[in-house]
Design a protein around this ligand. Structure first.
Ligand SMILES: *[C@@H]1O[C@H](CO)[C@@H](O)[C@H](O)[C@H]1NC(C)=O
Ligand SMILES: *[C@@H]1O[C@H](CO)[C@@H](O)[C@H](O)[C@H]1NC(C)=O
Length: 503
């Protein structure tokens, strides 16, 4: 009799024992860096027997005060994720049959940090588990900058980096003395912090100064006075001679600029655009904007909006940089030949359109001296200036590009933004460096074309690297001889390098 009872009990309880449904988190804690992808996992047991059996999987993000749904699949139907995660989450559905509910979140943001809860429900029951995700951004690249101050014999040392969470910065000198910096943190749109720390030191004291971002221990060291820009030194015949030379150059440039301005103002604003007429027969755009644009030209003398800046730059390129002599070099034959020599990383020929970097991309064009890099740069500029009337407009379409800033790399002296302002005569168009930076970094709207760049000018190199790290949507094309900008190429980790081969 007892025997029969046992069998009955077994039959009654066995199924419920065997289907005790559990969910187990793969890990309790995930720590990743800003921009990376994470896969968080939950294992459920038992797996379902029939591949189309009922299944519901949800992932939530929770904090003390709120809950956000991150992902939901109900009876095998995926629902749209909440706005914050749209396009960034994916359930690895191929692993469901194995008993895994794994969620991938890509391009992690700082505010993705928090507690995540996965819950799984099948015909056998339901269960959930939680885990935490923490997204950090190390203060990796510390940039340093030395600036003279109004007081003689003092310089301002600046260290700057970006990361999360907010970091303090400590400074010490070569004798391990702790120094007291002035540190500010500004929050960026990505919720990172741009932390800037400065100290003032005597330029005549031989000493070393190191700033340390305490959050990750990254640092930078200044060797004073060795790293102070040359002109800071005193009583050195060579420096005196150099100073006089630089002064003369500045005076000559100033006189030239003054004469140019005076000339164009005197002949009415219209001539600013039309000046290219006589000089450059094929520069049609320089001709066609006559009467109807008089209005426009007057306007751009008054306000400084982006469109006006575009008009101004086009006028500048028509008027100034690209004379008929230059243009003469790229008749159809030359262009045809160039097209065959333009190659991608793998050595395959590419078309001219490949020269336009994507929004946010830094692209290099490399070739030995004389291979035609500057000609290519000039073609880009003239194509942009003249638009659909340009002879090559069927090969190279730059019509989506509101602004193109051409910088001659062989002439650079100051930092990048200064250089753009000076070379393109923007002082009257753009009043502050911040304004210029804003115009440059707006998504995909500007192309910075740095022609014939060679590393070696500390201020310019550093400002360029800094700009490239923070350039957001700016498109950048750098032309250089192979090996002339190794540090820059390391810094930007570009994927595309175009080559101009010689025949
Ligand atoms: C500064 O650093 C250099 C090289 O690292 C070292 O030779 C020099 O002694 C240091 N100077 C001071 C004052 O610490
Ligand atoms: C999270 O940060 C992004 C920017 O990185 C922002 O667009 C989004 O609105 C933020 N979400 C919440 C809930 O604060």
């Amino acid at each position: 009799m007892d025997w029969a009872l046992i069998v009955v009990l077994q039959v009654m309880f066995q199924p419920s024992l065997s289907v005790l449904f559990t969910v187990v988190a793969e890990r309790a804690m995930y720590e990743l860096k800003f921009g990376e992808d994470v896969v968080m996992g939950c294992r459920f047991h038992p797996k379902f027997s029939n591949p189309r059996a009922y299944l519901k999987v949800t992932w939530h993000w929770t904090s003390h005060s709120s809950v956000r749904e991150v992902y939901r699949m109900d009876n095998w139907e995926e629902q749209l994720a909440s706005q914050d995660y749209r396009g960034r989450v994916r359930l690895l559905t191929e692993e469901l049959q194995e008993g895994w509910a794994r969620l991938q979140i890509s391009s992690l943001r700082i505010n993705d940090s928090g507690t995540y809860q996965c819950s799984v429900q099948t015909a056998n029951g339901a269960d959930y588990k939680t885990m935490t995700l923490s997204v950090v951004a190390p203060y990796n690249a510390v940039t340093k900058h030395i600036q003279k101050t109004a007081e003689e014999d003092w310089v301002l040392l600046t260290c700057q980096s970006r990361g999360y969470p907010e970091s303090s910065v400590t400074w010490q000198d070569g004798h391990l003395q702790i120094l007291n910096p002035d540190t500010t943190a500004v929050s960026t749109a990505d919720q990172l912090f741009t932390v800037t720390s400065q100290i003032r030191v005597r330029s005549s004291d031989k000493n070393n100064y190191t700033c340390v971002f305490t959050q990750d221990g990254n640092s930078a060291t200044f060797h004073i006075p060795d790293e102070i820009p040359v002109l800071q030194g005193k009583n050195d015949a060579l420096i005196v001679v150099l100073s006089i030379g630089v002064l003369l150059v500045v005076i000559i440039i100033a006189v030239l600029m003054y004469r140019r301005r005076k000339g164009s103002n005197a002949n009415s604003t219209r001539n600013l655009l039309v000046d290219g007429r006589g000089r450059s027969a094929s520069a049609v755009v320089c001709l066609e904007k006559d009467e109807d644009n008089e209005e426009e030209i007057r306007v751009f003398h008054e306000v400084s909006t982006e469109e006006n800046l575009g008009v101004f730059l086009r006028a500048h390129y028509c008027d100034f940089s690209f004379s008929p002599e230059v243009r003469h070099h790229w008749d159809a034959l030359v262009v045809e030949e160039l097209r065959h020599r333009l190659r991608n990383n793998e050595g395959h020929p590419v078309n001219l359109q490949a020269l336009l970097p994507e929004a946010g991309e830094t692209l290099f064009l490399e070739g030995p001296p004389g291979s035609g890099k500057t000609t290519v740069a000039h073609i880009l500029v003239s194509c942009w200036t003249e638009g659909s009337t340009h002879a090559l407009s069927n090969l190279l379409d730059l019509s989506t590009l509101p602004l193109l800033f051409y910088v001659d790399g062989s002439k650079v002296k100051g930092d990048l933004l200064q250089e753009i302002t000076i070379q393109l005569f923007l002082t009257e168009k753009i009043s502050t460096e911040d304004e210029l930076r804003t115009v440059l970094t707006r998504s995909g709207e500007a192309l910075l074309l740095l022609d014939g760049y060679r590393e070696g000018n500390q201020f310019f190199d550093e400002s360029l690297r800094k700009f490239l790290r923070e350039k957001e949507g700016c498109r950048v094309l750098v032309t250089a001889c192979p090996g002339h900008c190794p540090t820059l190429k390391d810094t930007v980790e570009t994927e595309r390098v175009l080559q101009l081969q010689t025949v």
